[in-house]
Design a protein around this ligand. Structure first.
Ligand code: PLP
Length: 384
């Protein structure tokens, strides 16, 4: 295993953008390329009905191991957003009850619930962030007797704020609310074990910290909820015997696989299994420590510059994401100028978001700090 060989782009670019799209290890990109080429050249010759039936086994296994779940407690589709929609329709919170989320959550974690709420007469309750950071106590206090659902991101996409899932799960369980976690901005970079936290449903996308290709969503549904949920999105793969293909007959799996419903870019699912296996060989706690050390180096490196860090600073609420802004320079301009120097970060809201991952080194952070210093000097504020 060598980062330079496994992530060839890391030698050419200062790529600090995993919260948007991460680099993929060679084992994963080779897999998806070979898979697509085989289909293009041979059609179904090497991918018959038996293979199609078993096609998710590998990624289900890798994902289940990553989060401490059983292999039938997880399901595969094409995006995290699809799963949130399917789960929201399945839960169907009743009229007069409340769905608690935050007003800075990623839209895929709130829109599907709002859609179902419009249909049933349930209410959305968005806990308001201050300076884009949510007070965890306020979030917990908002979970009351009226609450039927709590839907949050483990790590917020914008500031990287990390919630204490156990505390929120306990508050949700106390009032019998359904607890859904979007772990798209944490899995692969932050340890999460569903045996330690009472999560009812967890979803994640593939192309961020898990270092997979675009086009895969994964979900975990707790054994307690699996059999009572009737998925909101169904299709031919909803039937446990996928090649039964009878218009009038659909027998769901008695487990989370009932949330699978369609054909998808199957090669991407296999590639994601390779990425997850790659991350697990290194170990998620080690990845988290290394990423946090890079984030610390960045925060220290810019401390003398006219830059404000928007992300929470306490250890418990931090992730690998560091969002910051120059008070007097547009963040879009900063991102563009960094891009010209082959440093990749994202503009989000009015700040720029830096998100280092396992393939980054302290040299990448030095490079970024150097360029931010230069940008700050070139755009020095006029004396008042
Ligand atoms: C927290 C979160 N959830 C979901 C998504 C989108 O996932 P998908 O593209 O698989 O629907 C994103 C993308 O930025 C995200 O940040």
């Amino acid at each position: 295993m060598s980062i330079e060989t496994d992530f060839p782009a890391s030698a050419k670019l200062t790529y600090l953008n995993a919260a948007n799209v991460a680099l993929m290890p060679r084992s994963a990109s080779d897999y998806v390329e070979a898979w697509q080429r085989d289909i293009a050249e041979n059609g179904s010759l090497n991918f018959d009905e038996v293979a199609e039936d078993l096609v998710f086994d590998e990624v289900r296994g890798a994902f289940a191991k990553l989060i401490g779940a059983g292999a039938t407690d997880v399901a595969v589709a094409s995006s995290a957003s699809e799963f949130v929609s399917s789960i929201a329709w399945a839960v169907m919170p009743a009229a007069g009850t409340r769905i608690v989320t935050t007003d800075v959550v990623f839209p895929s974690t709130s829109y599907p619930w709002a859609r179902v709420a419009r249909h049933t007469g349930a209410e959305m309750h968005y806990v308001a962030a201050r300076d884009d950071v949510v007070d965890e106590e306020e979030l917990i206090a908002a979970i009351d007797d009226r609450t039927s659902v709590v839907s949050i991101s483990h790590v917020e996409y914008s500031t990287g704020q990390r919630f204490n899932l156990k505390r929120i799960a306990d508050a949700a369980a106390h009032v019998g609310a359904f607890f859904m976690v979007d772990a798209s901005q944490s899995l692969g970079a932050v340890p999460l074990d569903v045996r330690e936290v009472a999560i009812d449903a967890l979803v994640t996308t593939s192309y961020k910290w898990l270092c997979g290709p675009f086009g895969v969503g994964l979900a975990y549904i707790s054994p307690k909820r699996q059999q009572v949920l009737d998925p909101g999105i169904t299709g031919w793969r909803s039937h446990s015997e996928i090649y039964d293909l009878q218009a009038k007959r659909c027998v769901y799996h008695n487990d989370a696989r009932r949330f699978e419903f369609s054909t998808m870019a199957y090669g991407c699912a296999g590639a994601l299994a390779k990425s997850i296996e790659y991350l697990q060989v290194i170990g998620i706690p080690d990845i988290m420590n290394q990423n946090l050390a890079l984030a610390d180096q960045l925060i220290k490196g810019i401390s003398g510059l006219d830059i404000q860090v928007v992300s929470p600073m306490s250890r418990e609420a931090r992730s690998s994401i560091v969002s910051c802004k120059f008070p007097h320079i547009e963040s879009k301009t900063v991102v563009q100028e960094l891009g010209e120097k082959k440093i990749f970060v994202s503009p989000r809201r009015d700040y720029f978001r830096v998100s280092p991952h396992l393939y980054n080194t302290s040299r990448d952070i030095d490079h970024l700090v150097e360029e931010l210093t230069a940008i700050g000097k070139a755009n020095r504020r006029a004396p008042e």
